[in-house]
Design a protein around this ligand. Structure first.
Ligand code: SAH
Length: 396
């Protein structure tokens, strides 16, 4: 069937990346940026010779269309129902929903062929984030399809897009439940319990993307003195406790994060004197400790580069932070260091850490090279979807 969506035409030769299934149409690739199409509308994209490339959500900005399909497809409830069912089928194959694990990402934007949409699952509550006006407009349909999914038994759907939608689109999104209302905020990850504050927390309330890396840390924690820097909800701290750490110190500049970390330790290890949390700036804290105070460290800062323009400063920031960590860790220490900036490539991050190591002149070896877990899949046609980079270092 031929769709009746408004048509946008590509300039000559600009169909190349789309023919390779890259899901973004940049505004410069269009013959004209339309002023008569509302943001969030489904549009048909055609090549200069009139050949239909596919359909996608239109928006004003450098990315003008986020492709939903590379055919003349009708974008209706069925379309989303099928894509969401496919997303669930993959998580189900990964064995992420178990009695001892019910927190994971169900939809990872382009990685699930649903650009602009993120859905994290916490028990029977799904938290949706729209990153595009198009996904904002179909939020009710998405919520409906989620509740109807055969398998995960989603009872509550919370919409949280006040900070993720383009501000200029003036959509005035309201964070609220679209379906149900959660009775508990406790989710389970690898048998550990966490309060997830989707109402007020960062992102969807929890960083599910560190699940596998936390499990690795647990295996290396026995008898170690652990510093979890940028702890947020205390994810790494709780795993270190279960791994048999001698002591665990959690640090975050946000007092709210420190309270949340304490609450999560309490949920799993009530009254355990091995843990302490501090509200302090990372650089100040690292400055105030001695070499040897800790022999296992986690440095998981917020994205230093939110945009390409901030790249140089970000790389300098990573270098400075890692130099501080490498210089202060005990001999024989293990350092987990991360970057979640999409604008920073794996090579650039590794180079920043290399420069940091060289600055300290300590003997440093790379034990593991980490990335995002399988529930944050990278669409092979959209390499930009790979964002989480980590190195585990052994410092003599
Ligand atoms: N490691 C966490 C996620 C970290 S998110 C996890 O596994 O869930 C980044 C955290 O860094 C936020 O909680 C933020 O409050 C904190 N932060 C930002 N700037 C900081 C600084 N200069 N010093 C310490 N913490 C900081």
């Amino acid at each position: 069937m031929k769709t009746t969506y408004p048509t946008l035409t590509l300039r000559r030769g600009k169909e190349e990346s789309l023919d390779r299934l890259h899901p973004w149409v940049f505004s410069g690739a269009l013959t004209r940026m339309p002023d008569d199409i509302d943001e969030g509308t489904v549009v048909r994209v055609v090549a200069s010779d009139g050949r239909v490339i596919g359909v996608g959500h239109f928006q004003i900005g450098s990315i003008a269309v986020r492709m939903l399909d590379f055919a003349d497809t009708v974008i209706d409830r069925d379309f989303f129902a099928v894509r969401l069912a496919e997303a669930w089928r993959m998580r189900s194959a990964l064995g992420l929903q178990r009695p001892d694990n019910n927190a994971f990402r169900l939809v990872h934007g382009e990685g699930d062929f649903l650009p602009g949409l993120v859905v994290d699952l916490y028990g029977d509550t799904a938290v949706i984030q729209a990153h595009s006006p198009g996904m904002h407009f179909v939020r009710e349909i998405i919520a409906d399809c989620l509740a109807a999914l055969d398998g995960p038994d989603i009872r509550n759907v919370y919409y949280k897009s006040e900070t993720t939608l383009p501000y200029k689109a003036r959509l005035d999104p309201v964070n609220d439940y679209l379906t149900g209302k959660a009775e508990t905020d406790i989710a389970v990850e690898n048998g550990l319990k966490f309060h997830v504050d989707w109402l007020r927390g960062q992102k969807t309330g929890f960083f599910v993307d560190q699940r596998d890396n936390r499990a690795l840390l647990e295996r290396l924690s026995l008898g170690r003195r652990v510093l979890n820097m940028f702890c947020y909800t205390g994810g790494f701290s709780v795993y270190a406790m279960r791994g048999g750490a001698e002591l665990v110190h959690s640090v975050d500049s946000s007092a709210k994060a420190v309270t949340l970390t304490d609450a999560n330790i309490d949920l799993n290890f009530p009254g355990d004197p091995r843990h302490k949390a501090f509200a302090e700036d990372a650089f100040k804290y690292l400055d105030g400790i001695e070499r040897g105070d800790y022999d296992l460290m986690v440095l998981d800062p917020p994205a230093f580069a939110k945009h390409r323009s901030a790249l140089r400063n970000a790389l300098r920031g990573y270098q400075r932070l890692n130099a501080a960590g490498i210089s202060k860790i005990a001999p024989g220490g293990i350092l987990f260091t991360f970057s979640c900036s999409q604008a920073v490539s794996r090579e650039q991050f590794r180079l920043a850490v290399f420069s940091a190591a060289a600055q300290t002149r300590r003997k440093v070896r790379i034990l593991y090279q980490l990335t995002q877990p399988a529930d944050h899949p990278v669409n092979i046609y959209h390499p930009e979807g790979e964002y989480l980079k980590g190195l585990v270092l052994y410092v003599e």
